[in-house]
Design a protein around this ligand. Structure first.
Ligand SMILES: NC(=O)c1ccc[n+]([C@@H]2O[C@H](COP(=O)([O-])OP(=O)(O)OC[C@H]3O[C@@H](n4cnc5c(N)ncnc54)[C@H](OP(=O)(O)O)[C@@H]3O)[C@@H](O)[C@H]2O)c1
Length: 228
């Protein structure tokens, strides 16, 4: 049976590269996007049989609609890849950061991810080996020297990592992990990044399909567990 895998925010960047890798390995991929038309176009480009769903992770009605559609189409979800995120404050200093920007960032990157994970938990419960992969970032790591770059984004990714730990405790049957794709050439990462989206997608693809189900509650980069 093909694993049914939803990737949020998969019309471009690392999400799209992951969709291509997973579809090439025979998975039933579902591409999520806030824009149903862009999602359908991306799905058609990735391959025949690839599904799409309108999904705004900040909007409960949109998330509930996506759950309903996937329940009707597939009856279960094997892997939820929480890839969607925003980066609003690139080089801003923390002292100039508007609290509203932090709130908006948390609304998508943390609360949105929680909302989607809560809503899809019953469908994941119908899978024999359910997985959640949260696409985090080394920018959220507490290990190492303090950095001044993109404070709202960094704070959100640290919180996302705690969400991974909390989900691991709350969903004992689900393999939940955070991963870091590394700095990649995407709309978010920019042209100067050293990695391709495909390289960034590799660990996400591995965690979604191949990593042992015993690997739970970890932070992973390049298929290796790294410190939080
Ligand atoms: N690029 C890097 O260097 C890098 C490094 C470390 C971590 N990451 C992480 O990797 C993931 C993918 O990043 P990327 O570089 O591929 O970024 P990207 O090209 O900017 O793509 C981000 C995706 O997020 C989706 N999105 C934003 N707000 C959303 C919302 N409210 N609901 C649903 N989807 C939403 C967008 O989808 P739609 O517009 O189609 O809805 C978009 O496709 C993110 O979690 C990012 O933090 C990236």
């Amino acid at each position: 049976m093909k694993p049914v895998i939803l990737i949020t925010g998969a019309t471009r960047g690392i999400g799209l590269a992951t969709a291509k890798q997973l579809a090439a390995r025979g998975a039933q991929v579902i591409i999520g996007s806030r824009d149903a038309k862009r999602a359908a176009e991306a799905a058609a480009k990735v391959g025949s049989g690839v599904a799409s769903v309108a999904l705004d992770i900040t909007d409960q009605a949109s998330v509930d609609g996506a759950v309903k559609q996937i329940a009707q189409q597939f009856g279960r979800l094997d892997v939820l890849a929480n890839n969607s995120a925003i980066l609003l404050d690139h080089y801003q200093s923390l002292l100039e950061l508007k609290p509203e920007v932090l709130l908006e960032t948390l609304k998508t990157n943390v609360v949105g991810t929680l909302r989607v994970s809560q809503a899809f938990a019953p469908l994941l419960g119908k899978s024999e080996a359910p997985r959640i992969v949260n696409v985090s970032s080394g920018a959220g790591q507490l290990d190492g020297e303090p950095q001044a770059w993109a404070p709202a984004y960094c704070i959100s990714k640290t919180a996302l990592n705690m969400l991974t730990q909390q989900l691991t405790a709350a969903l004992p049957e689900v393999m939940v992990n955070s991963m870091c794709p590394g700095w990649c050439r995407t709309e978010m990462g920019g042209d100067g990044a050293p990695r391709s989206p495909e390289e960034g997608a590799d660990t996400l693809t591995w965690l979604a399909l191949e990593a042992p189900h015993t690997l739970r509650g970890k932070f992973v980069k390049d298929r290796v567990v790294i410190p939080w």
